[in-house]
Design a binder for this molecule. Structure first.
Ligand code: 13P
Ligand code: SF4
Length: 366
């Protein structure tokens, strides 16, 4: 029998997802725009040449003709929609360097989300980051290009788990890592990120806190403070894969190598590191120390992004990718702007309680 019909990406992309009755409220309010033509031609090449110049050491030239039409279309639609694109340090170089308006770690992105004047936020990161942006901006539209971009830490704990811990340890304040759902934040006293976890714990002026949900970050905080910590056994599926053995091998091969690690790594990994810090603090460390050769013990894309600004530094990139961060791609960002998808929705009562915990963190003096 012959094939009677065939569908491909072009046909799918020319059509808005679903009939109008299934459009999100944002798509109904803002309208769906025509999908731009996505061809590589001399005009696209000229318009994006300055951007390719920036990432030429980390993105092979054969890949640019695929990325460039998306980059141009996204930057034009972003203007037309009045949108701001926030991107986490783990996004791929073409997103991080070519379409993002602001980049950073979780704390920097939350701060940026709190102060942006844009009425539309496109969050290129994982779902808890988009939810945090929405919690801080209940009246704005927040889009995430793929709502399946989760996080193993966020899915390790629920709001009910937090309530049970409160019953078990009455009166002990709950400090919650931002890598959690809005529902979990809503049951917490204050949030923290890996940039400020120790400061947040000490700001409470108590001798004991419940610290959720990352067991390894909790252990790192415990090693830096006298405050007693009650932890939860959540782990980051990316950072828990690093081992102390692997780092010792790097050092055996080159005794001058520098090793910098994210505090979501297990303790034996941090014991081998010359520096431990959030993604933004790791970037700051490279800027301040300009090492000859450094191992970035974190998600793989970050070293490519940092390399753009420090071409003289040799980066060793153990290739542990976050599958959730990698769900965000240029084609999905473009779909977000064309179809106003996928809109992040947080129950207003949950959002109000979660906002207290996030804002309490943001307003801490650094
Ligand atoms: P940072 O806040 O350090 O960027 O960390 C976020 C994260 O998800 C790390 O895995
Ligand atoms: Fe979550 Fe780990 Fe991915 Fe960060 S790297 S988003 S903590 S799974």
């Amino acid at each position: 029998m012959p094939i009677i019909d065939a569908f491909g990406p072009t046909a799918a992309r020319d059509t808005a997802p679903g009939v109008s009755s299934t459009l999100s409220p944002a798509a109904r309010a803002y309208g769906v725009l025509p999908m731009p033509k996505l061809e590589w031609n001399p005009e696209v090449e000229r318009a994006t040449a300055h951007l390719y110049e920036r990432i030429k050491h980390v993105v092979p030239s054969v890949e640019w003709p695929f990325f460039a039409p998306y980059v141009k279309a996204i930057n034009e639609l972003k203007e037309r929609r009045g949108a701001v694109i926030l991107a986490h340090n783990y996004q791929t170089p073409e997103i991080y360097n070519c379409v993002a308006d602001f980049v950073g770690d979780s704390l920097q992105l939350a701060r940026e989300a709190a102060k942006t004047k844009a009425k539309l936020i496109v969050q290129c990161g994982v779902h808890f980051m988009a939810e945090t942006a929405k919690v801080l901006n209940p009246d704005k539209v927040v889009l995430i290009p793929d709502s399946r971009a989760g996080c193993s830490l966020a899915s390790s704990i629920t709001g009910d788990d937090v309530c049970l811990l409160r019953e078990r340890f009455p009166g002990v304040p709950v400090v919650t890592y931002v890598n959690t759902s809005a529902e979990v934040k809503a049951e917490s006293d204050i949030c923290c990120t890996s940039s400020n976890a120790v400061q947040v714990v000490e700001s409470l002026g108590v001798d004991k806190v419940i610290f959720l949900p990352d067991e390894y970050l909790a252990k790192y905080v415990a090693s830096q403070t006298k405050v007693k910590i009650i932890a939860w056994k959540g782990h980051c599926e990316v950072h828990e894969r690093f081992t102390g053995d692997e780092l010792r091998k790097y050092r055996a091969e080159d005794p001058n190598i520098q090793i910098i690690a994210h505090p979501e790594c297990p303790p034996d990994v941090l014991a081998e590191a010359d520096f431990t810090g959030s993604t933004a603090h790791m970037i700051g460390w490279v800027r301040d120390h300009k090492p000859c050769k450094v191992v970035m013990v974190t998600e793989c894309s970050m070293a490519s992004n940092v390399k753009v600004d420090f071409p003289e530094v040799e980066f060793v990139q153990p290739c542990n990718l976050c599958p959730h961060m990698k769900r965000i791609t240029l084609p999905k960002i473009l779909d977000s702007l064309v179809y106003m998808q996928e809109e992040v929705v947080v129950d207003p009562m949950v959002a109000e309680k979660a906002r207290r915990a996030v804002e309490r963190m943001i307003h801490l003096k650094s």
